[in-house]
Design a protein around this ligand. Sequence first.
Ligand SMILES: [Zn+2]
Length: 83
Amino acid sequence: MMVRPMLRARSKTRKRTRTPGGKLKTHYKKRNNVKRKCKICGKPIHGASSRGSKSQKRPSRTMPELCARCMRKEIIAKVRGGA
Ligand SMILES: [Zn+2]
C-alpha cells in the first residue's frame, strides 16, 4: 500500500502490529538517536550523535572514534613510546 511520502523514508522504523479487528497494520516510528561509543572504554563520545551530517556524527579532532580521555592516554603513550 502506498503511504505518505514522509513515511516511505528509511529514517522511520516500521512495526507490523495486529489490530483488535485482526488486521495487520504497519506502525511508523521515529528512530532512536543512538549515541556513539568510544572504541576503548565504551563510554559515549561527547558532541557526537548517530544522526545528521558527518561533522555532527563525530568530533572534528584527531582520533574521532575515541573519547577525549582515551585520546589523551593514546597520545601520551605514543609520545612516550610504550617504555
Ligand atoms: Zn574512551
